[in-house]
Structure formats: C-alpha cells, structure tokens
Design a binder for this molecule. Structure first.
Ligand code: G3P
Ligand code: CA
Length: 247
C-alpha cells in the first residue's frame, strides 16, 4: 500500500495524542497533520452495526457503561466519546464505520481497519466490513488487521483483493514467512519486537511491515531510516516532522 520507498505515517486511532481516539475529529486532525493513513478499531452493536471504538466496553472512552455488543447503534450514538478531552467545545460521537469511510473516500488517506473480534467473535463482521469497503470502491486504500488471525484468513478468502496484515504482539520466528503463509501482504508487529534483521528480511521478501505504536522520536527515526513501510503512531505530526528531517 502506498509509496514503497517512503515510510508512511499512520495515525493510531486518529491523532490520539491530541484528540479523543477513534472519533471523527481525531481522523480529520490526522489528515490536517499530513498523515498518510489512519488506523481505527471496529466493534459491533447488538443490531449488527459496525462502530469505531477500541474497547469491548464503552466505559474508558465515553460517559456510558457496559459492552458495545449490548447497545443498539442509536443508543451508542447518544454517548459522548470525548473522554479525557472534555474541554473540546462539542461532544464527539462514536463513529459508524460507514461514516468514517464516507469521509475517507473524499481524502487521499489509507485506512487500516483493525477488526476487534479477538474477545467476542462478532459473527458476520468480516462480510459487513468487506461490503462497506466495496460499496465505496475503497479496496485499494484499506488494510485489514486483527489479532484474530482466523479472521484475517477468513477476510482474505472473502475479499482477496483487499490487503490483510496480522497483528503480532510477540516476537515470533520469521514473521515475514508467517505473513506470507496466510496470504497477508504484510504484518503489524509490536515495535519492541522488531529487530533490524526482521525489517531487512521482510523487505527482501516483499512483505510490508508497520510497527505499532511508535511514539518516541528515536524509535520513529530508526524505523524510518531502516525503511519500514509505515509506522503507526499516536502523534502523526511528530512522525511527519521526523521523516522530513531525515530526507
Ligand atoms: O494496529 C496497531 C494497534 O492499534 C494494535 O493495538 O490495542 O492499540 O488496538 P491496539
Ligand atoms: Ca488498533
């Protein structure tokens, strides 16, 4: 995805360092900060709507309580998702995935959709996500990731033309071979697991790698200099500035 010789800057949950994560303002501000892409998390309501929120519960990031899967979409949309950014002038809703993709289609951004179906399997999530992407003709600008690798494989079977990338928490052996074995074009490793030889071997194999969540300047610089395909960061403005300094 994107320019192969430049490390892209993906805004993790939007511009999460300065705006409420996974909200429209956070995505819009990431674009203004000149991020190349956004990352977001998807869960599902009890009436089958795909909503953009990280946790299975609404408690941490909204003024509500309880599980996302116990809310209908309209109930969920009444919550205020500003959480620790309560001084923002107006409340922020939990976005529908559809709403984000509608906005994204008018931008040049890439979007990394993380399927949050590792704890609750959310039956039909893969089909619904694939349908929304197709309806907006966004196949070439989406990367599907998940910690649930069965879901990654299922998504690839449903939509082989949409890029997939497993999320890796631990330093597994030869992750570029693993990614290729499940037909993924890349993988998204925790940044602390990423040794230089893994970066080099993945690049040689044509497998993209986008470490998360890279917020420290030294780590950003290292991954950019080493030629990672992208870094996923809470602070896209910092990532863009560091990349510019290096060039
Ligand atoms: O996609 C990278 C990263 O978002 C995965 O971890 O917990 O922030 O969703 P988490
Ligand atoms: Ca995520």
């Amino acid at each position: 995805m994107g320019c192969e010789d430049m490390t892209e800057i993906f805004a993790h949950r939007g511009y999460a360092a300065a705006y409420p994560e996974n909200t429209m303002i956070s995505f819009q501000e990431a674009e203004k900060a000149r991020a190349d892409g956004i990352e977001l998390d998807v869960q599902m309501t009890n009436d089958g709507e795909l909503v953009v929120i990280h946790d299975e519960k609404v408690d941490r990031t909204t003024n509500g309580t309880g599980y996302v899967r116990d809310y209908s979409a309209s109930q969920l949309r009444k919550l205020d998702a500003r959480y620790k950014f309560g001084d923002l002038p107006k409340s922020e809703r939990i976005p529908l995935l559809e709403e984000v993709l509608e906005w994204l289609a008018e931008t040049a951004l890439v979007c990394n959709i993380e399927l949050k179906n590792g704890i609750f399997p959310y039956e039909g999530m893969e089909e619904k996500v694939a349908l929304l992407i197709r309806q907006r003709n966004l196949e070439n600008r989406i990367i599907i990731s998940s910690f649930n690798h069965y879901s990654i494989v299922r998504f690839h079977q449903l939509a082989p033309n949409i890029e997939t990338a497993p999320l890796l928490t631990d330093g597994i052996y030869m992750p570029w071979i693993y990614a290729a074995s499940i037909r993924a074009k890349g993988f998204h490793p925790h940044h602390r697991t990423l040794q230089d030889d893994i970066i080099d071997a993945s690049k040689r194999s044509g497998i993209r790698l986008r470490p998360y969540t890279v917020n420290k300047e030294a780590a950003m610089e290292r991954f950019i200099r080493r030629g990672c395909s992208a870094i996923i960061t809470d602070d896209p403005a910092k990532g863009v500035a560091i990349r510019k300094e290096i060039k």
